[in-house]
Design a protein around this ligand. Structure first.
Ligand SMILES: [Zn+2]
Ligand SMILES: [Zn+2]
Length: 415
């Protein structure tokens, strides 16, 4: 069936545009183990999370236990299955009255594993300022997904004035989407907030909703932020990185988020067997339990790991990178003033460092690569024999604002 749009006030896009989140490979090391590993900064636990995923309960193509199995293989600590509440392309085959089912299925599937699963949903609207329509908003830590959408049969006629549908399967999907879209997004968001949800704006630069690919706040977003109904924003979604979204996060004190938004298989989208990984949000939590993690999200203690990049507020990136990198040893060669410095990387991301100290390096240029879970040795010309080295570095893969990198000093007493 074709969808006929008969109104100029076009609020509905073709349904085929709603599916997204697939990416090309981001492989970085052919034989790297799949399990993700990051150290804990002092006083915190690094919780590895993916809070935006889909299953066959909306427009994903797998059943919840597959998402759980993938998460366990990837070494995630926390996951949420966030189904579109309104876009239900499998509704004729998988009619489910209880929208908490994917959460229950996922929770059962974790078995004895210590993977944390939280209930979540994607409130799915067009992005249209004339209709106060904010796009897609994820609500996680919700208590009841059934209260976050409304299908009002009395609204079918009103919806049919905006969009026509047939009686076949696709028509029913469209009817459901159109009618549920008439319930204001703000009502769903307020209900989620009432349930104590953490709410974040998904893929704000998605080209199906922003044709120039630039994230920008509409009045509805400003209103939600002012009323503290919007707490985070995706800077990374699947294969998309939005610098504008990052700037919006910094300017409006929103939590920096990165998610896979996976619909297919993680293995197909990210090729973890070849060293790739899904984008994740590293949450710096006081403890590894739901209350602490939720509080860390509201306190904006996150760093996104995307390809080899670590993206977040400076205070968080600084804390995490300091846990990842250290000088494991520093000693002079013979009686010379050439200092042999070993830099150790305790994490699964590759670091690219730039020497910003006044010293020259005897065995490399100013750009130093430290592979994941590995150590490199540089030889530093200190000119005189020091008792302590302070190595000023720029961390090129650690992004603290658009176009800005983390500056870091690694120090070590010389043996
Ligand atoms: Zn979405
Ligand atoms: Zn999604």
């Amino acid at each position: 069936m074709k969808i006929f749009l008969i109104s100029l006030s076009l609020i509905f896009f073709p349904l085929s545009l709603i599916s997204h989140g697939s990416v090309g490979s981001s492989a970085h090391k052919p034989d790297a183990p799949r399990h993700m590993d990051f150290p804990n900064p002092k006083g915190y636990v690094t919780v590895i999370s993916d809070l935006h995923t889909h299953t066959a309960f909306s427009d994903g193509h797998v059943w919840p236990p597959i998402r759980i199995e993938e998460a366990i293989r990837d070494g995630l600590d926390l996951i949420s299955l966030t189904e579109h509440l309104e876009y239900q392309p499998h509704m004729q085959d998988i009619p489910h009255k209880d929208r908490n089912r994917p959460f229950k299925e996922a929770t059962q599937a974790t078995g004895k594993h210590d993977l944390l699963v939280i209930n979540g949903a994607e409130i799915t609207r067009e992005m249209n300022k004339d209709y106060n329509s904010p796009g897609h908003i994820n609500a996680v830590f919700i208590k009841d997904a059934n209260k976050l959408y409304k299908f009002d049969e009395n609204k079918i006629e009103e919806a049919s004035n905006l969009v026509k549908w047939g009686q076949d399967q696709e028509g029913k999907v469209m009817e459901f989407y159109a009618v549920t879209n008439l319930w204001p997004a703000e009502n769903a968001i307020r209900e989620a907030d009432k349930q104590g949800a953490f709410l974040f704006w998904n893929h704000p630069s998605w080209t199906a909703q922003r044709s120039d690919g630039i994230a920008i706040l509409d009045p509805i977003h400003e209103k939600l932020i002012n009323e503290k109904l919007l707490h985070g924003i995706e800077v990374i979604n699947g294969g998309f990185y939005s610098e504008e979204a990052f700037q919006i996060a910094l300017d409006n004190k929103l939590t920096v988020m990165g998610t896979s938004d996976v619909h297919n298989l993680i293995d197909w989208d990210y090729e973890p067997h070849s060293g790739g990984h899904r984008p994740v949000t590293l949450i710096l939590s006081k403890a590894r339990n739901e209350d602490s993690i939720k509080s860390a999200l509201f306190s904006r203690r996150t760093v996104v790991w995307y390809k080899d990049l670590l993206i977040g507020e400076e205070r968080n990136v600084d804390m995490l990178v300091k846990a990842c990198l250290e000088i494991s040893s520093a000693s002079y060669m013979y009686s010379s003033s050439v200092l042999r410095v070993r830099i150790k990387n305790n994490s699964d991301t590759k670091f690219t460092l730039k020497n910003n100290s006044g010293f020259t390096i005897a065995n490399d240029d100013d750009y130093i690569e430290v592979p994941p879970q590995d150590t490199v040795t540089i030889e530093v010309n200190t000119l005189e024999r020091l008792s302590k080295i302070d190595l000023d570095l720029q961390v090129l893969n650690a992004i603290t604002a658009p176009k800005e990198n983390l500056s870091l000093t690694l120090s070590k007493r010389i043996e």
